[in-house]
Design a binder for this molecule. Structure first.
Ligand SMILES: C[S@@+](CC[C@H](N)C(=O)[O-])C[C@H]1O[C@@H](n2cnc3c(N)ncnc32)[C@H](O)[C@@H]1O
Length: 218
């Protein structure tokens, strides 16, 4: 097992402004670790992009797993505290990445068009009212997903087709309330992306899944 990134530099005060890694984060780490040989042997990634990096735990872990120092790791988050801590987490664990405060991938397209080899998103997925999705409370925005917990996810899905390289992969954390089958059907019907459940876990009453998407090559 690969060690979780060291997060000693983050204080309890920081967690008042930034999403604290939880079961969903750790399921994401497990899924990436499970897929690492595939990623190294089949993708040989040049560019990785994580949307909504929070503390930067996932991208730092991915950098450690890839271990080559030549892959460009990019992160975005709508929360400026998160992007600042993401950079600190990377430095604290001897990983280099760049973090940008922006909404989803605003400002990165068209530069990254069809150039992202690994795309990761642990989104705000909790079912809430629509108003909560645009809350001025940045911690609330970390988890509030609106109707079916899908409002941020649904804005992001069309970007996947623009971002992913020809053999790129997209990892998305969802819960069963998000209607994962419907997400997979949409990605197939609209963009011909294949998908599978890479990992899943019960966290309390919530079933969390990591979906993996890739372009249909036939
Ligand atoms: C569930 S947290 C996951 C954080 C981290 N990736 C992890 O796994 O611990 C969701 C993250 O997405 C960010 N976020 C929410 N809406 C966003 C948006 N429209 N664009 C970019 N980031 C967003 C939040 O600020 C938060 O850091």
């Amino acid at each position: 097992m690969f060690p979780t990134p060291n997060l000693d530099h983050i204080t309890s005060n920081d967690y008042e402004n930034v999403y604290e890694p939880a079961e969903d984060t750790f399921l994401f780490l497990d899924a990436l670790e499970k897929d690492i040989e595939f990623l190294k042997n089949n993708i040989n990634p040049c560019i990785c992009l994580e949307i909504g990096s929070g503390t930067g735990c996932v991208s730092t872990f991915l950098g450690q797993l890839l271990g080559n120092g030549t892959t460009l790791l990019l992160c975005t988050d709508i929360n400026p505290y998160a992007t600042a801590i993401t950079v600190k987490t990377a430095i604290h664990n001897s990983i280099h990445l760049d973090a940008i405060t922006t909404n989803l991938t605003s400002g990165l397209l068209p530069r990254l068009y069809h150039n992202v080899d690994i795309l990761c998103f642990n989104p705000p997925y909790v079912v809430t009212s629509s108003e909560d999705v645009n809350s001025t409370n940045l911690i609330e925005r970390a988890w509030a997903g609106g109707i079916d917990g899908r409002e941020v996810i649904d804005k992001m899905l069309p970007l996947v087709n623009d971002l992913l390289s020809s053999n790129g992969v997209f990892y998305l954390l969802v819960i069963s309330d998000n209607k994962p089958d419907e997400i997979c059907d949409r990605m197939w019907n609209d963009y011909k992306f294949q998908s599978k459940i890479l990992a899943s876990r019960l966290a309390g009453r919530e079933k969390q899944l990591i979906l993996k998407f890739w372009r249909n090559q036939s």
